[in-house]
Design a protein around this ligand. Sequence first.
Ligand SMILES: C[S@@+](CC[C@H](N)C(=O)[O-])C[C@H]1O[C@@H](n2cnc3c(N)ncnc32)[C@H](O)[C@@H]1O
Length: 398
Amino acid sequence: MGPGPLLERTPLGGRRVFDSGFGGVLLVTNVNVVNIARWEKNMHKYKDQQHKTGEARVEIKGRTEEPILKLKDKWPHLYDCIDWPRISESSFRMVEELASKAADFASVSSGGRGELYRQAQQDPSVRSIGIRRLFEFVSPNQDLASLSPSYKILDVLGGDGVLSRALKNLVPHSSMPSILTSDLSEGMVAAAQAYGLFAIRQTAQNLFLKDRSMDGVIIAYGTHHIPPNNRIQVCQEAFRVLSPAGHIVLHDFETGSPMSCWFSEVVDRYSITGHQFPHFTAEEIREYLSSAGFADIDIQYMYDPFVVYADSADEAKRKLAAYLLNMYGLTKLVNERGYEESLTLVYDLTCEYFKYDEKSPLFDEHFRHTQVYIGREEEHWYIEAPRVAIVGSGIKPH
Ligand SMILES: C[S@@+](CC[C@H](N)C(=O)[O-])C[C@H]1O[C@@H](n2cnc3c(N)ncnc32)[C@H](O)[C@@H]1O
């Protein structure tokens, strides 16, 4: 005897009985022949789609997983933080859509300034003073010595991992936390991975991480790139992925500050990407953090200078100008004036804009200079270009 008829519910709601070995359709209830033909067509399409969706999921997971697989042994606890079901075809499409709209840090060939930015970041020490402070804010006791490899920090707008690379030169191995670098830009993530860092591509708005998986979250150096109507969502995502008692630090430059004028007047005018992004007020930062649920919110001004060293004062000036020319992608200036003249102009603009009021009540013991300063340390010369950032910190309550 052959196998008996099989009963299967059709996508059209009827039942179809078909013989699995001895002939065609035997019985159809409440589904007519036309519907069967349509159903068969739909079923093929549906199976095909399922197959493709499955393949896409595997491919997308593979694209995220493949580059970090070799880092899995070094940071198994970071790998375990990834919430793979969140990395779907649709969530990945959202990453790509956002990346196509926010293309400032994409490659130069696609209209961005990614390569120039990364060229500047080859030396992570230039922003060490501010980076050290950020890690102090996010550490358990506001002290780098309280960090350890078991402490997991997410660097949300991580770029090519400059924060991680700078910190490595500031603390002994025993105080180096495990840092998960992430970014919207594919090129940035690839560059961070090429430095051997644990880096994944995700948006600040929709993190691909498990709830309560991180001890600290840093959102810094580029927070103004997040549209104002997404900022609460970004803080909520940070809240979600933090463990109770976890620390957040949100860094940017205050609306109306010398740095925000530098961005809207100099960078906007001379960068290939332009730069019209709304910065932050202290009240806004407090509001975002408290709406997301954070407690112990504190808003502070943070000394965050650029410091470059060289063998002579002139070389230091040139080095600082080259750094800023690249970091801010001031290509239009180079096209207008040529490279050498641009260096002089960028240095003059830096002296003009990076200037703070000496009598400002903002200044605490961390502040060293209120205008561009040229100094000497043993046989080296250095230039310090002062910047003041605004930083909000908070703790996820138990
Ligand atoms: C100014 S860069 C800073 C990178 C790095 N933190 C540093 O200090 O060099 C800002 C970074 O934020 C990334 N970014 C912008 N919007 C983002 C978003 N919505 N989600 C994740 N990353 C984003 C950009 O791709 C860029 O790499």
